[in-house]
Ligand binder design. Structure first.
Ligand code: CUA
Length: 158
């Protein structure tokens, strides 16, 4: 039969244990803790997405009778449109963010919202804001000379 050095065997066992631990961590994060990967929701044409009659031609907040929101945000050098948004505490907000020029980032401080914004794609993430306060959102991808000025504010009211 195959001879395997005892040390080698231990490393193989450790590797298997690590695989199980990592698989469990991903499963628990996804199904028990609600972690989401911001998946590309839709492909769009960055040259025309902000004109015409699609939702990004009139970006902003849509409120629904059940108290949830959709928030459409257009990213461009060097601003988010809109850059000031107010929602009620406890409300569920689904973000749809796209770019009309280069790659940007979208991170909301003090939350786990952190998405890559790629021209031609719509990034989507759903978040519930329980704690009232002011949350800054910033561009996290270097996009040009005024990258550091690319930010906005989400206000969560009681
Ligand atoms: Cu947009 Cu940096």
């Amino acid at each position: 039969s195959l001879h395997i050095d005892p040390y080698e065997k231990n490393w193989m066992r450790l590797t298997l244990v690590l695989l199980v631990v990592f698989a469990a961590a991903v499963t628990i994060a996804g199904f028990a803790l609600g972690f989401q990967v911001p998946s590309p929701e839709e492909r769009v044409d960055p040259r025309t997405v902000s004109i015409g009659d699609g939702p990004f031609a009139d970006p902003g907040l849509r409120e629904y009778p059940d108290g949830t929101y959709d928030l459409y945000i257009v990213s461009q050098m060097f601003s988010f449109i809109p850059n000031a948004v107010t929602v009620r505490a406890g409300s569920e907000v689904t973000f749809y963010v796209t770019s009309i020029d280069v790659q940007h980032g979208f991170k909301i401080q003090d939350t786990n919202v952190n998405m890559q914004i790629v021209p031609g794609q719509v990034s989507k993430l759903t978040v519930t804001f329980d704690d009232p306060g002011t949350y800054d959102f910033i561009c996290t991808e270097y996009c040009g000379s005024a990258h550091a000025q690319m930010y906005g504010t989400l206000t969560v009211e009681k």
